[in-house]
Ligand binder design. Structure first.
Ligand code: FPP
Length: 237
């Protein structure tokens, strides 16, 4: 969700106004994802690196998160959307943690749609946390050190019970991954949009999905292997 700051700057507004408008785009994107039948929507809302921003901006982002959770929980419930988080949420301010726990608890039973908020998230810290958890599992004998399967290791990632993303969209014209789901997006399709996050609309979302549907996903295979085999037509006349 990149470009809130530049969106505001372009209009001579403070950066926090961009984030405020960003929250409106968050609300409409959740609704659109649900309408499009997308089962899992992950939003990169705060990275481990974002603590480096001015204290005032970090504070404003935390307030917006709290406000969003307070205001949107009833909508998530009526739309049957489950809220999950990935990241070191234990290091977020208590008021945000409290709201997160409340919303996650109130929506835990929904199964059709999941909204995942990446909060205090970074792929590298995720790997470090996963390695620690994996090592502990080896120590207790729960995992065999010689079992080197990806599936076994992936059970220790924050996303253990979530599918890998099919499509990653980044707004603002930047073409970086910025420590986001580096392992899980191994086979994801990427769409980079030249618009700022507050301008990410239903039409932009639809266009990104159309682009995704145009891509041929080979997962290591050849195009020929994927081509539908046309049954040979034989006839006697
Ligand atoms: C990146 O844009 C955006 C962020 C670091 C914060 C995203 C947060 C929100 C949209 C609001 C809170 C989230 C939820 C889920 C309610 P930027 O500020 O880095 O933009 P810039 O690169 O133009 O400065």
């Amino acid at each position: 969700m990149d470009g809130n700051g530049r969106w505001a700057k372009q209009r001579g507004l403070p950066r926090v106004e961009g984030h405020r408008r960003g929250v409106e785009a968050v609300r409409s994107t959740i609704e659109t994802a649900r309408d499009f039948g997308i089962e899992y929507l992950t939003l990169y809302a705060f990275s481990v690196e974002n603590w480096r921003r001015p204290e005032e901006e970090v504070g404003a982002l935390m307030n917006l998160l709290e406000y969003f959770l307070k205001r949107e929980t009833s909508t998530l419930i009526s739309n049957k959307v489950r809220l999950r988080t990935i990241g070191r949420t234990q290091d977020l301010p208590a008021k945000v943690r409290r709201e997160l726990e409340r919303t996650v608890g109130a929506t835990a039973h929904f199964t059709e749609h999941t909204l995942v908020l990446a909060l205090n998230y970074g792929s590298r810290t995720e790997v470090l946390d996963a390695v620690q958890s994996y090592a502990a599992a080896v120590q207790t004998g729960e995992v065999d050190l010689h079992d080197t399967s990806w599936t076994t290791f992936a059970r220790h990632l924050y996303t253990a019970d979530l599918p890998d993303p099919d499509l990653v969209i980044r707004t603002s014209g930047e073409t970086r991954v910025s420590n986001f789901l580096l392992l899980q997006a191994a086979y994801a399709e990427f769409v980079f949009l030249p618009i700022f996050w507050p301008d990410f609309s239903r039409a932009e979302f639809a266009a990104a999905v159309t682009e995704f549907n145009r891509r041929e996903r080979r997962f290591g295979r050849t195009g020929e292997q994927l081509a539908p085999t046309v049954p040979a037509i034989s006839g006697t006349g």
